[in-house]
Design a protein around this ligand. Structure first.
Ligand SMILES: [Zn+2]
Length: 238
């Protein structure tokens, strides 16, 4: 036998290739979780999409985890392909205003415009609007609540805030999330900071070891009465 016989190399595995079984919901990791019973946690990522979101999407796909992205409208205009990939990978998309404005400083008309323009930009790319919004800085008031209500959007706050925008320190973000997260919590992170994206693998591995299931915000709140305009920071104890 000649040692020179060429064996064709297998084609490189691409992380970008969607797994058809996952897309069809056939993987057990992607079956529905009942958060009234299971220890659920919803990871949320704000202020994107940006170029770095792509790496986060690869990490989430490797761990077969779904998250929720609160996207800024003008960033959607800049990175529409990344928004579409968030959607294709099964993540939830939610509204984080057009320009990341402090909505409490705006008129009712201004608030409506910030939210509506973002709904339109999202809808243009993924084919439908959203049911959730998060006011930038968590700054809200009666005008914001009323505008969100009229647009059919619940206000999503958070239970766990590692202050990852202030401390761009991966180990610190990991420690804060891991020490503060309880069942039913919504966790606030930012995909615009590489230090936060770098914290995600350890957060996923450690919380999974503790028995947590990662779900989107809508999955977390399934069975809870979610009303447009009202605020949610966790799955209320049942
Ligand atoms: Zn934000």
């Amino acid at each position: 036998m000649s040692a020179g016989r060429a064996v064709p190399a297998p084609p490189p595995v691409s992380l970008r290739e969607p797994d058809p079984d996952v897309r069809r919901g056939l993987r057990p990791e992607y079956t529905k979780v009942n958060c009234a019973v299971a220890k659920c946690v919803a990871l949320t990522f704000d202020d994107g999409p940006v170029g770095g979101t792509d790496r986060l999407l690869q990490i989430l796909a490797q761990h077969r985890v779904k998250a929720t992205f609160f996207v800024v409208g003008r960033m959607v205009e800049e990175y529409p392909g990344i928004l579409r990939r968030e959607m294709a990978d099964g993540h939830e998309i939610a509204n984080h205003t057009w320009s990341h404005a402090d909505l409490t400083t705006l008129s009712s008309e201004g608030v409506r415009e910030e939210l509506e323009k973002t709904e339109a930009a999202i809808g243009k790319n993924i084919g439908h609007g959203t049911t959730l919004m998060r006011p930038p800085y968590g700054a809200t008031n009666a005008r914001v609540a009323s505008a969100a209500k009229r647009l059919g959007l619940a206000q999503v706050m958070w239970a766990v805030d590692p202050l990852d925008w202030r401390n761009r320190d991966t180990a610190l973000v990991e420690r804060r999330v891991l020490s503060q997260t309880r069942a039913g919590d919504i966790v606030l992170l930012h995909d615009v900071h590489a230090s936060s994206v770098n914290a995600v693998p350890k957060i996923l591995t450690t919380l999974a070891e503790r028995g947590y299931k990662f779900v989107t915000v809508s999955e977390l709140l399934a069975g809870v009465s979610v009303e447009p305009g009202r605020q949610y920071r966790e799955r209320a104890a049942t």
